[in-house]
Design a protein around this ligand. Structure first.
Ligand SMILES: Cc1ncc(C[n+]2csc(CCOP(=O)(O)OP(=O)(O)O)c2C)c(N)n1
Ligand SMILES: [Mg+2]
Length: 285
């Protein structure tokens, strides 16, 4: 792990951060008995590296002008982002019990106006990267050194608007833009690769062919993620960058990992207890 990641995480390891993100997500899911828990468990390692290694932000001043922006395109991943924002100290842990309730700042589908640290309202899939392109261009023109990170899902790679944004980012030489794809190979109806195949070639090859600096990594391997995030940030050419993260839905809770379909899951009351007990038994140092 690099020195900068130690600075960002204090004495807490990134593995422990990811573990806590999973735990916060399960505790929120438990409130409603259902939700997009598979995504939160799957992307927890990526979010730990994002929030505790890569992003520059101020916990007590989430709107600090020079902060790096993190744009979540996938509104239904809100539970994952809330878990990261709770771990980052931007949302108090005491709000977990309000998840999905009327008047809560943590609605099941993310709303930027409700939640500190949630920069955009995603959910209409395929819009996030276009918003990120506009923001990256605006920051550049203002001379602001911040980076824009956009987390998008593999399902969003089937949207034409995503590829318009991909081309625009190259046109504008947005070297302050980093796309992070959560490639869990799942969509609402089944595997993404069955919905719109990438062949011939690979996902990485496709982004590279459009002119992006493209990396593909094991998205549940923290060391690999740290290296890829560092490389994306420190690159000295003027291309936008993408990190395609191959993740496993429900990662970290074996009996949920085995489920064939995890887009939206219902979990019995005793299973939440079982899932949390499993995590408790695996707490990293
Ligand atoms: C433009 C648009 N079309 C359709 C939907 C409905 N929808 C919500 S989630 C989802 C699945 C998209 O794939 P992905 O984000 O990869 O799903 P996951 O990995 O979370 O299962 C769809 C089609 C939407 N929100 N926006
Ligand atoms: Mg998916």
């Amino acid at each position: 792990m690099s020195a900068s990641s130690k600075k960002a995480t204090g004495n807490v390891s990134l593995a422990r951060r990811a573990w806590s993100i999973r735990r916060h997500a399960l505790n929120m899911g438990k409130v409603q008995g259902q939700g997009y828990i598979g995504q939160a468990l799957g992307v927890a390692d990526v979010l730990a590296v994002t929030y505790f290694h890569a992003l520059n932000y101020r916990r007590r001043d989430p709107e600090w002008e020079d902060r790096d922006r993190f744009y979540l395109s996938v509104g239904h991943y809100a539970i994952a982002l809330y878990a990261a924002l709770i771990e980052a100290g931007i949302i108090p842990e005491s709000e977990i019990g309000t998840y999905g309730m009327d008047e809560s700042r943590l609605p099941m589908s993310g709303m930027a106006a409700y939640t500190p640290g949630m920069e955009i309202t995603g959910g209409s899939l395929g819009q996030g990267l276009g918003i990120a392109v506009g923001a990256a261009l605006g920051l550049k023109r203002k001379g602001n050194p911040a980076f824009v990170y956009n987390m998008l899902s593999d399902g969003e790679l089937g949207e034409g608007s995503t590829w318009e944004a991909v081309m625009s980012a190259v046109q504008w030489k947005l070297d302050n833009l980093i796309a992070v794809v959560d490639f869990n190979n799942q969509q609402a109806d089944g595997p993404s690769r069955d919905a719109l195949a990438t062949e011939p070639g690979t996902e990485q090859g496709k982004w590279a062919a459009f002119g992006w600096h493209a990396q593909e990594v094991e998205g549940n391997d923290i060391e690999e993620l740290v290296k890829a995030f560092d490389r994306a940030r420190l690159l000295s050419d003027r291309r936008p960058r993408v990190i395609i993260c191959n993740t496993m839905m429900c990662k970290g809770v074996p009996f949920l990992e085995e489920r064939e379909k995890s887009h939206f899951i219902r979990v019995e009351a005793d299973e939440w207890t079982k899932a949390l007990a499993h995590l408790d038994g695996e707490m990293p140092p």
